[in-house]
Design a protein around this ligand. Structure first.
Ligand code: PEP
Ligand code: MG
Length: 599
């Protein structure tokens, strides 16, 4: 038996046979000069790769309908387009270099021109060209796309890393658990994994190398432990723990249909974070009071994107409108907060995540991401705003701006909104002009100046994931520094306190939608600060609802005060956890909870 420890991502014990996703080489473009007569052979290779991709597209066309079919059809046209092919040939012959290098350069130059046009149609064409010739490049480089269909149901999947865009294909296979060598607790892959509710452990050293396919593995998601070929006694102990977890889960499930009310009668609203329209139904089933965060960037991700491979697609206005409308209708008047595109940084959205200049960024997390990116691509942004306002008549919509650092960003968004509203009015398209427009507080700039922002925003939502990352200067995705990434650092807690205080003073609602809200101790701290709206992955709602309802407002306030006490030092996690467990132990917690928490 071997026990490997990583970062806990989603609780639960999963047992099954391992399936290892083979590691893929990085996408590097070779560059070399061609000898006499080699140019013709290289060009033949290019034509061969175009043919293979064309055949794959034909097969995909036969299997696809609707919007997907339109995309494949436009890709097929791009592939046959002689203008791009002829200009590539001229560039390739003049350069005297290999075809992969010429294709990469020519693709970059062509798409930069199209994107610089500020015309959504051309921008879309740039995305299509990047996508389809990216596939040709993969062919030329001999990179194989992994077929997720090979993963057996119930397997414990091990891999070096995955992209958020792989998640739909992976979870369609219904794996028992997930174990990755890389990834951080608050990264986007972790967020998507939690939304799927599958036991998972990340940052497991060399998971994809030391766990062979086919061996028995038991994964303890809550403790971040992976047992490879466990002995019979260990296995029996873990399976007994699984039975205890199941009893606990049944207890939480019982409270799904009830509102979240503390022991002294204070109502706390628990909302869901979603990344796709379909998840709204699941949120309702888990007892969500609304959607606190719809991460729209996941609509823009292409399942086929991998490594540096291009693959983002422009989502048409109608397609976006349908997704937003569905969520609003499913939620039947409950609040639905939809965040505008938060691309870039660690959220790879194919070519949409690239800086508009096309130049690679030295430091993308501090670069042209999120609201900075969308404000520089107003054509793309206006499409999203139009879709949002068109959908606004179908429910209780709130529009949220991500990663704000300056008031100029808020006013620029409001200007674009006025513009879009004028357009819609001229086209006689109905919309709700009173749709609240708020912002994420996820940078120290936003938190510390939240009094100034509160005058210009209708609501705040605190994003503790980025707030921690930017306050501490620690990459939320990097396992090498994950032990330093501390959401309960005094600085982070103080920023949340300042934001909540400024929102209450200005009379605007404040909620929290970062991962802290979905952790029992974190939810208790936030409720103790007077925040009464918490948004989290839907599968976490029943547990938070149950545990908060066992506590009273004065207890929660005490916990928050203690967590913020200076004499406790700079990390308050230990304090919060101890106080939280103490409060539960002193209260009327049922037996199943007592044994699960060792109370
Ligand atoms: C956050 O930063 O806390 C947040 C909710 O946004 P995201 O995780 O999508 O960056
Ligand atoms: Mg964020």
């Amino acid at each position: 038996m071997r026990i490997i420890t990583g970062i806990p991502i989603f609780g639960g014990i999963a047992s099954g046979d391992a399936f290892v996703i083979p590691d893929r080489p990085e996408y590097t473009i070779p560059k070399y000069a061609l000898g006499p007569g080699e140019a013709e052979k290289d060009w033949e290779r290019f034509l061969g790769a175009v043919k293979t991709v064309g055949e794959a597209l034909e097969a995909e066309l036969l299997r696809t309908s609707g919007e997907g079919r339109l995309i494949f059809e436009s890709h097929r046209m791009m592939l046959q387009d002689t203008v791009f092919r002829d200009s590539l040939r001229v560039f390739f012959e003049q350069s005297g270099l290999n075809i992969e290098y010429a294709l990469d350069r020519h693709l970059g130059a062509t798409t930069r021109i199209l994107r610089g046009s500020n015309n959504p149609v051309f921008e879309e064409r740039a995305d299509d060209i990047t996508d389809v010739f990216g596939r040709v490049m993969q062919e030329l480089l001999g990179n194989e796309q992994f077929d997720f269909g090979r993963i057996p149901q119930g397997a414990i999947v091990a891999a070096r890393k995955l992209r958020p865009s792989d998640v739909p294909a992976l979870f369609k296979r219904r794996p028992g658990g997930l174990c990755l060598a890389e990834g951080g607790a608050s990264g986007h892959l972790a967020i998507l994994t939690r939304a799927c509710g599958i036991p998972a452990v990340f940052a497991v050293p060399n998971a994809h190398r030391v766990i062979p396919t086919g061996v028995k593995v038991i994964l303890n998601g809550a403790e971040g432990k992976v047992y490879v070929e466990p002995g019979p006694q260990t296995a029996a102990g873990l399976l007994e723990q699984r039975r205890r977890d199941e009893r606990l889960l049944a207890l939480f499930r019982d409270s799904r249909s009830k509102p979240c009310v503390t022991r002294d009668g204070r109502r706390i609203f628990l909302l869901a974070n979603i990344g796709k329209g379909e998840e709204a139904l699941e949120a309702l089933e888990e007892g969500a009071d609304g959607i606190g965060l719809f991460r729209t960037e996941f609509l823009f991700m292409d399942e086929r994107a991998w490594g540096r491979s291009p693959g983002g697609k422009l989502v048409h206005e109608d397609e976006q409108y349908e997704a937003y409308k569905t969520v609003l209708e499913v939620m039947q008047g409950r609040p639905v907060t939809i965040r505008t595109l938060d691309a870039g940084g660690d959220k790879f959205v194919g070519s949409l995540g690239e800086s508009p200049s096309g130049a690679p960024e030295e430091n993308p997390l501090l670069g042209e991401r999120s609201i900075r990116l969308t404000l520089r691509r107003p054509g793309l942004f206006k499409i999203q705003l139009r879709a949002l306002y068109r959908a606004s008549v179908h429910g209780n919509l709130r529009i949220m701006i991500p990663l704000v650092v300056s008031l100029a960003e808020v006013t620029a968004v409001r200007r674009l909104i006025r513009n879009v509203q004028k357009q819609l009015a001229a086209e006689n398209i109905p919309f709700n002009p009173k749709t609240p427009v708020g912002m994420m507080v996820e940078t120290p700039a936003a938190a510390l100046s939240s009094d100034a922002f509160a005058r210009h925003c209708d609501f705040f939502s605190v994003g503790t994931n980025d707030l921690t990352q930017y306050s501490l200067g620690i990459d939320r995705e990097n396992p090498a520094v994950s032990s330093l990434y501390d959401e309960y650092h005094l600085t982070v807690l103080r920023m949340i306190q300042i934001t909540a205080g400024n929102a209450l003073a200005a009379g605007i609602p404040v909620s929290v939608c970062g991962e802290m809200a979905g952790a029992p101790e974190g939810a208790a701290f936030l409720a103790g600060l007077g925040i009464d709206s918490l948004s989290m992955a839907a599968p976490l709602i029943p547990r938070i609802k149950h545990t908060l309802s066992l506590l009273s407002s004065p207890d929660l306030a005490l916990l928050a005060r203690e967590a913020l006490a200076v004499h406790r030092g700079t990390s308050s996690f230990g304090t919060v956890r101890k106080l939280y467990k103490g409060l539960l132990a002193a209260g009327s917690a049922p037996e199943a909870l007592r044994s699960a928490y060792d109370l």
